[in-house]
Design a protein around this ligand. Structure first.
Ligand SMILES: Cc1cc2nc3c(=O)[nH]c(=O)nc-3n(C[C@H](O)[C@H](O)[C@H](O)COP(=O)(O)OP(=O)(O)OC[C@H]3O[C@@H](n4cnc5c(N)ncnc54)[C@H](O)[C@@H]3O)c2cc1C
Length: 392
């Protein structure tokens, strides 16, 4: 499909990311593939994943999306979309667990608010992939409505803060060297200046990973984090006291667009596999792809993917050209993640019983993409956000 007016330098960048994946990522995954299929887990890949992040940072991909003012590459949103789509389009697990490009466990725009000292201690090691973080907002009693969080931070007479509470569904929490923890600092205000973001080192007394949460996807194991009398200095506040949501929102457009782009890449992978299967698998004396019903499934996926891709590219461009991005990022994620769910469902159907069997390695993606409609804003919350931008 023609690629609109995408600048040559972005196409070259995408091609060099592709070469990196083929040269250094795929061989590692190939070596572990059978074990993953047999065990349904990817424990041994996790170590490799950390080494690959470092390699991606050395090659300049890992922090390319960060603004130049903090030493990043200042990559445009369209550029980010192209790279994240490319990383996902071969259906490899390693890019999905952020081994090539970060979405949430590495550097994000949230950290622009860091002080000089915080940049040295947290941001720069994230950008060089020497450290991993996690974003700890959600709690058992507060997900979409994050203003309901119960985790509290209380100021001591010495000027430090003591954090008490519990977070769940925290991606990357098992490996993180530090967490960005959101806590109520002024219960009277909450949404309007009552919630603060704190850097908390994972080796601080009272910080613990209390549960690894098994999910529908073999590739996602978020954790529960518990904070019992965790004491941090005032200098661990990100941005200003009471403005935690302000920092969180800084990263939201990028994360939503990156997830939308991954949905495009995975949908392309699932469609490619389905089309190939439809030309090879014979039933009633001819390839199944000769049947109009099967063609219909493939063409519907092709059409929906093409529409979503054009939409995401053009919305990313709108942000690059100055739009504030709220509607663009929400709409991109909503459309692309709903689309990949339908494409994954059709991919199983085209593969028949084989699609349901674990040996083909297709069904884990059907389960994995389901989460995309939940994190970084559920589809319902995204529609609510879009409605607001329409004046509703
Ligand atoms: C795999 C995975 C990884 C995650 N990683 C992280 C992470 O790293 N850090 C983190 O902080 N969180 C993380 N989350 C949490 C995620 O952000 C929340 O699950 C999400 O915000 C929804 O919150 P909830 O699960 O509490 O659902 P709820 O908010 O309880 O929502 C339940 C249902 O009600 C709907 N709903 C709620 N309010 C409204 C409304 N106003 N209008 C219409 N519908 C509504 C929702 O759309 C949903 O369908 C992760 C979740 C998953 C599944």
């Amino acid at each position: 499909m023609p690629l609109l007016n995408i600048p040559d330098e972005l196409l070259e960048l995408r091609s060099s990311l592709h070469q990196f994946i083929e040269r250094e990522v795929r061989p590692i995954e190939d070596a572990h593939r059978q074990e993953i299929l047999d065990t349904g887990t990817f424990e041994t890949l996790k170590e490799e994943s950390l080494k690959l992040r470092k390699r991606s940072a050395e090659l300049g991909f890992y922090a390319l999306h960060m603004p130049e003012e903090v030493g990043g590459g200042g990559l445009s949103y369209l550029g980010q979309v192209l790279l994240h789509e490319e990383a996902a389009r071969d259906g490899l697990i390693l890019p999905q667990i952020e081994s090539v490009l970060p979405v949430i466990s590495g550097p994000t725009a949230i950290y622009i608010d860091c002080t000089e000292a915080q940049r040295e201690k947290y941001l720069f090691p994230l950008m060089s992939a020497d450290k991993i973080t996690c974003f700890a907002l959600t709690e058992p009693g507060a997900g979409s409505d994050a203003t309901r969080i119960q985790t509290k931070a209380t100021k001591t007479t010495q000027g430090t803060w003591v954090i008490e509470g519990r977070k769940h569904f925290i991606t990357g929490g098992q490996e993180a060297h530090f967490a960005l923890v959101f806590a109520v600092t002024d219960p009277e205000k909450r949404a309007q200046g009552g919630i603060t973001a704190f850097f908390v080192d994972a080796d601080t007394r009272g910080y613990s990973v209390t549960r690894i949460q098994r999910t529908m996807s073999p590739y996602q194991n978020p954790v529960e984090l518990t904070f019992e009398g965790v004491e941090v200095p005032e200098s661990n506040i990100l941005g200003k006291e009471g403005f935690g949501f302000y920092s969180a929102v800084r990263g939201i457009n990028g994360a939503r667009l990156q997830i939308a782009a991954r949905a495009l890449g995975l949908a392309q992978y699932l469609l490619d596999r389905s089309t190939e299967y439809a030309t090879e698998r014979v039933a009633f004396g001819q390839p199944i792809g000769k049947n109009q019903y099967v063609q219909g499934m493939l063409v519907d996926s092709y059409a929906e993917l093409a529409q979503a891709r054009l939409l995401v590219y053009s919305l990313a461009t709108e942000i690059d050209e100055g739009a504030d991005g709220r509607r663009q990022a929400a709409l991109s994620k909503y459309v692309a993640t709903e689309m990949v769910g339908r494409v994954a469902d059709r991919a199983i159907q085209v593969h028949g019983g084989n699609g349901f069997m674990t040996e083909l390695g297709l069904e884990p993606w059907y389960r994995d993409v389901r989460a995309m409609r939940l994190y970084e804003g559920t589809s319902e919350i995204l529609r609510t956000n879009i409605a607001k931008t329409l004046g509703l």
